[in-house]
Design a protein around this ligand. Structure first.
Ligand code: NAP
Length: 251
């Protein structure tokens, strides 16, 4: 067996990112768990290590160019050159258009678009050298339009175009790029949305589930399973795709 591949998962201290990091470690990859504060990544790293996996906690703001460069250098030195990248870090700053501030617009663009760009640019050299790479960007069903999310839906739709271009540019180097677009997944992000709307999470979930064909909301592990497939060795002919993981069809 060769040396395990190294993956970077951003925004991995909690929620979907934590589930993806945990799953990729269980799949046998060494995983860099990146979030704003390295200390917040401790529990995910500890649980991966307790399961016999390899992981590293790294603190970095994905929208900060020097921080991204330093993070990728640290990962390369401590875990090996990263050839799998999951751009998962995300924030929401919801408001109706007429109330949306420029700061809330810019913050969302910075984390999702600038962050994914900086991370992908920083790791692509390692992927080209290895003749292998897997990039997965987290979009959302909100890319199709969602009231109160002009900034977020623009960023998430932007990530789909970004991904398709990476697939075209990097394909010849054995690198695939795909987008996973989750529907309603239970995380702190959706708990915060319910709180902001003034409804209990139970009520929020019940109403949402009625609209979802499989009759339930999603869990972070639903997304991790899809990401695991896309980064697998056998998925090398799947590239430039958007996979909606939403319990039903979205287009
Ligand atoms: P979450 O629970 O809020 O976790 C997101 C993580 O990203 C947090 O740990 C957050 O750190 C981190 N983060 C934020 N800004 C960052 C930055 N600049 N640099 C590094 N890390 C940063 O969110 P989630 O629900 O798991 O969502 C994960 C991804 O899936 C996001 O891209 C989100 O847009 C997407 N998504 C989620 C859903 C859903 O229903 N939950 C649906 C569709 C798409 P702090 O907590 O310290 O801020």
């Amino acid at each position: 067996m060769g040396t395990a591949r190294t993956a970077i998962v951003t925004g991995a201290a909690r929620g979907i990112g934590a589930a993806v990091a945990t799953r990729l470690a269980a799949d046998g990859l060494a995983v860099a768990v990146i979030d704003l504060d390295a200390a917040d990544c401790g529990p995910v790293v500890a649980s991966i290590e307790a399961g016999g996996g390899r992981a590293l906690a790294v603190g970095a703001d994905v929208a900060d160019e020097p921080a991204v460069a330093a993070a990728v250098e640290q990962v390369t030195a401590e875990l090996g050159p990263p050839t799998v990248l999951v751009n998962n870090a995300g924030i929401i700053r919801d408001n109706l258009l007429f109330k949306m501030t420029v700061a809330d617009w810019d913050a969302v663009m910075a984390v999702h678009l600038r962050g994914a760009f900086l991370m992908a640019r920083a790791v692509q050299g390692h992927m080209r050298e290895a003749g292998f790479g897997r990039i997965v960007n987290l979009s959302s069903t909100s890319a199709l339009g969602n009231r109160g999310q002009a900034n977020y839906s623009a960023a998430k739709a932007g990530l789909q175009g970004f991904t398709k271009t990476l697939a075209i540019e990097l394909g010849r180097f054995g690198v695939t790029a795909n987008t996973v677009a989750p529907g309603f997944i239970e995380t702190e992000m959706t708990h915060a949305t319910a709180a902001r709307m003034g409804v209990s999470f139970e009520d929020f979930t019940r109403v949402a589930s009625e609209q979802i064909p499989v009759g339930r909301i999603g869990q972070p592990e639903d997304i991790a399973h899809t990401v695991s497939f896309l980064v697998s060795e056998g998925a090398g002919f799947v590239s430039g795709q958007v996979i909606y993981v939403a319990g039903g069809p979205k287009d």
